[in-house]
Design a protein around this ligand. Structure first.
Ligand code: IFM
Length: 441
């Protein structure tokens, strides 16, 4: 690794991120079912029909996992609370054991000298609410806000920051238009409703949490540089549509700039009635913005499909085990674009960056030099963005542990730490050791 902690500002935070459904093991501790359980139980949706019932058994092994973070010299830990662990039916009766678990977890993070970064929703919608239409139902804003207030009342005195939602593009578009994530919808009206309601839920929760005295409130969005596959005007226009749906929709609405025209050209007829009246709530000021960056997207016009009439084409760069191009300069591009544009004046954290590798355990070690280069390249891009004026405050690697990679099940490994799912043995990879050396004071 060529980069080290001393290349960054003094109070810059280094950390790693996880999410509840991906690591905890939802069969333990009285959690209710969520829409990923039924999505995974439906043939063809998830590799091997894997689900989050056991995952990394973090529910029982959280202390050892926090020790791993501390031993790597991390300053902070980004985790999520599982809505169905706290409210098994999504609303109503509270599972006290669930809140107690997160209470112990937050104390454990603090006891190890790290800052807890909480995310309230990382995709585990309780099944009872999914049955009522989930993100397609406007009432989700109230259900989510009630849940957010409950979590804040218990943990808000100790967390360093709170994100309402992780990657609303995945919550809405990937899950209701592409159909690749739960609930597996492929319907433009469902997608338009979810694209709006996810932001309404964010804004409503922001206002309630602020009213309850919460500080350091933000949201985590995902971004990919949208590149046209060629210089043809149709490909350039296709990339502009992809960019509007993926990169601009959420942040521009929250910045009070409304929804981008290139996205509304297809979505407007399908938007929920009266959506315009919600835009002020959606634009409730943020304290910070979380940026998840992994790769770029190459768009080509696709005349054979209805709007948005694009397809993604494979690029020429080296790829991760997900097939995602490795392109660190895209992180620089995204950070500077946001900081000069809709996120002007906002502190930014890279809340996720990482790669899946073809990692193998050999003689109690995992050799992952490509991941070391990936982290190094992206940290260099982050440092360059800071030198050019971006108010970047921290960087979280995704993920601490190998874990449940959604539709890819346990087949993809993003962790700094290898997990043997048969024995739950944790083995720090060479990237973990390289990052720990870079972070040593
Ligand atoms: O595993 C996911 C995470 O849940 C959200 N951001 C992207 C990661 C890698 O796909």
């Amino acid at each position: 690794m060529t980069i080290s902690r001393s290349d960054f500002p003094e109070h810059f935070l280094f950390g790693a991120a996880t999410a509840a459904y991906q690591i905890e093991g939802m069969a333990s501790g009285g959690a209710g079912p969520c829409h990923w359980d039924t999505f995974a139980a439906t043939p063809g949706n998830v590799f091997g029909a894997h689900d989050g019932a056991v995952a990394c058994d973090h529910y029982h092994r959280w202390e050892g996992d926090l020790d791993l973070l501390q031993a790597a010299g991390m300053d902070s830990y980004r985790f999520s609370t599982a809505w169905p662990r706290i409210l098994p039916e999504g609303r109503g009766a509270v599972n006290a054991a669930g809140l107690d678990f997160y209470d112990r977890l937050v104390d454990g993070v603090l006891e190890r000298g790290m800052k807890p970064f909480l995310t309230l929703y990382h995709w585990d919608l309780p099944s009872a609410l999914a049955g009522l239409g989930g993100w397609m139902n406007r009432d989700v804003a109230g259900w989510f806000t009630d849940y957010a207030e409950l979590v804040h009342a218990r943990l808000g005195d100790r967390v360093a920051s709170t994100a309402t939602l992780n990657e609303p593009w995945c919550v809405a578009w990937l899950s209701h238009f592409v159909g690749a994530h739960a609930p597996g919808m492929r319907d433009i009206r469902a997608a338009a409703h979810a694209m709006h309601h996810v932001l309404l839920a964010h804004g409503t929760a922001m206002q309630a949490l602020r009213g309850a005295g919460a500080k350091e409130l933000g949201i985590v969005l995902n971004f990919e540089t949208a590149t046209p596959a060629s210089d043809a005007p149709e490909d350039i226009a296709a990339a502009a549509r992809g960019d509007a749906i993926y990169n601009r929709w959420f942040i521009e609405a929250m910045a009070g700039q409304g929804y981008p025209a290139e996205a509304m050209e297809g979505l407007a007829p399908h938007m929920p009635m009266g959506w315009e009246a919600d835009m002020d709530i959606i634009a409730t000021p943020l304290d910070w913005l979380g940026v998840n960056y992994y790769t770029r997207a190459n768009y080509a016009h696709d005349a054979d499909t209805p709007w948005p009439s694009y397809k993604q084409v494979e690029g020429p760069l080296p790829k991760t085990d997900m097939g995602w191009e490795i392109r660190p300069e895209g992180l620089y591009e995204i950070l500077t674009r946001l900081s000069d544009g809709p996120a002007k004046g906002l502190p930014i954290y890279v809340t996720e960056n990482g790669m899946a590798g073809d990692d193998h355990l050999n003689a109690c070690a995992v050799h992952d030099p490509v991941r070391i280069g990936y982290i190094d390249g992206h940290l260099a891009a982050a440092r360059r963005a800071i030198s050019d004026g971006v108010d970047l405050r921290g960087f979280f690697y995704w993920s601490l542990l190998d874990n449940y990679e959604w539709a890819f099940g346990y087949d993809k490994r993003f962790g700094l730490v290898h997990v043997d799912y048969a024995t739950q043995t944790r083995t720090p990879k060479s990237s973990y050791h390289a990052l720990a050396a870079a972070l040593a004071r």
